[in-house]
Design a protein around this ligand. Structure first.
Ligand code: SAJ
Length: 406
């Protein structure tokens, strides 16, 4: 039996995937409401294909609880945020989960950490916790790092088809865990040591952050001289060795906007490029605010409540608002007393900000300038409804001539 700890965006789909493949799984989360909801057959977030997988796992007997189970295999998918002041990883949730596992686990159990952790976290924080209790690593308990790599919006496909990394202290244990993941992962599973696994995961997200920062910097350059950044990137990308990502209103989510900070926090003298990329991406909501002001000025609009932000999530077609560029923009607007801006997101069902509308038509009736912050399919399919608005399209989703771009 596998006990999966943390039933969020990573832990839950992973648990379901094991259960689907006939493995007995118990999912544990400290959040009793979440456990209740899952036990009653209700998912708490949406993801393509998740509902079907959930139903299949339920019929295969998956269970959810707030209690840690006595077993031989644990997978930890708990949050690993960064500390804003020091920029370093905050290991407290992983440490606490490891300790709870140690309270109940069988002798010789493996603790597999899927959460993203900065290079050296296992040595610095996890091993000492285990040794402090008198356990012998590699005998009483085994540590493995198997970083998750799945992208929200395409998680189920990527669980089966993305290559994985298994970092362990010894080859035998790594092979065992590789065999476990091979139950559903059809792609290559690379075996390495723990620190290499930690570092390779963090640099994957850092690489993407830097690439997006390059696109965002290009957008700013192109803006000053009225060049079309999207066409320029499209043409440049026709080169066989160029692959520039897309500019946007900022980088959100709990991964790409967080993980590069681990490296900046741990290697402050060696991370100029990574830090600069972070700063460029974090500057994008401010850039969007400047573009809104340009449009208001050009059209003689003084009332900020005529501006509507479309999209609250951190990216298209997900219902996750963590570190979302729109929330960052709203914060910046508050600082500039630009209060009263209207907001709408078809995927966010509860009210989380002021002046948030629940119906698209009501939202459109109130505004003159529509700022597309997120390119949900919903707006792509409804461009006819927004034709009469002034549009600032930060995601390059509409090709109306009247559209303003980043
Ligand atoms: N974004 C752009 N331009 C782009 C692509 C993305 O501005 O061309 C923005 C998005 O709008 C969003 C942010 O970047 O605000 C991050 O979105 P994302 O789709 O790039 O990535 P995440 O955070 O959803 O998932 C990433 C993935 N990492 C990589 O692709 C290297 C995923 O595979 C990881 O599993 C995940 O982080 C994670 O959990 O670490």
């Amino acid at each position: 039996m596998i006990n999966i700890i943390g039933l969020g965006y990573i832990g839950l789909p992973t648990a379901l995937m094991f259960a689907k493949n006939g493995i007995k799984v118990v999912g544990t989360d400290y959040n009793a409401n979440l456990v209740k909801s899952l036990t009653e057959g209700r998912l708490t977030f949406e993801e393509d294909g998740l509902e079907n997988l959930f139903q299949e796992a339920l019929s295969n007997g998956i269970e959810f609880t707030t209690e840690y189970q006595k077993t031989h295999t644990y997978i930890l998918a708990v949050p690993t945020p960064y500390i804003k002041e020091s920029k370093k990883l905050d290991p407290r949730y992983v440490i606490s989960a490891v300790n709870s596992v140690l309270e109940v686990c069988e002798r010789g159990a493996s603790i597999i950490i899927e959460s993203t952790i900065s290079p050296g976290t296992t040595d610095k924080y996890i091993r000492p916790e285990i040794e402090k209790r008198g356990y012998v690593l590699g005998e009483d308990v085994h540590l493995v790092h198997a970083p998750e790599r799945i992208i929200p919006g395409n998680m189920i496909y990527e669980l089966e088809n993305n290559a994985r990394t298994i970092g362990a202290d010894n080859l035998e244990m790594a092979k065992k865990v590789k065999g476990l993941y091979a139950n559903f992962c059809k792609a290559e599973i690379v075996v390495t040591d723990i620190r290499t696994a930690e570092m390779s995961k963090v640099i994957e997200n850092t690489y993407r952050d830097i690439n997006i920062a390059f696109a965002n910097e290009l957008a700013k350059i192109c803006r000053t001289d009225n060049m079309d950044v999207y066409e320029i990137i499209r043409i440049a990308n026709m080169h066989p060795r160029v692959n520039i990502l897309q500019p946007g209103p900022g980088v959100g989510g709990h991964c790409i906007s967080v993980d590069p900070w681990f490296l900046v926090g741990d290697y402050p003298d060696l991370t100029n490029l990574i830090l600069t990329a972070r700063k460029i991406n974090d500057s994008m909501p401010r850039h969007v605010l400047g573009r809104i002001r340009d449009i208001m000025r050009d059209h003689g609009i003084r009332d900020i409540s005529k501006v509507g932000l479309y999209g609250l999530t951190y990216k298209e077609n997900v219902d996750d608002t963590r570190e979302s560029p729109t929330l960052q923009l709203l914060e910046r607007m508050d600082e500039h007393l630009a209060i009263g801006v209207k907001v709408f997101d078809p995927l966010i069902k509860e009210r989380i900000v002021e002046h948030q509308f629940m119906y698209f038509e009501d939202f459109l009736n109130e505004i003159e300038i529509l700022v597309v912050m997120v390119g949900h399919d919903h707006i792509k399919n409804n461009t006819d409804l927004i034709k009469d608005k002034l549009i600032l399209d930060t995601k390059n989703i509409c090709n109306l001539n009247s559209c303003y771009k980043l």
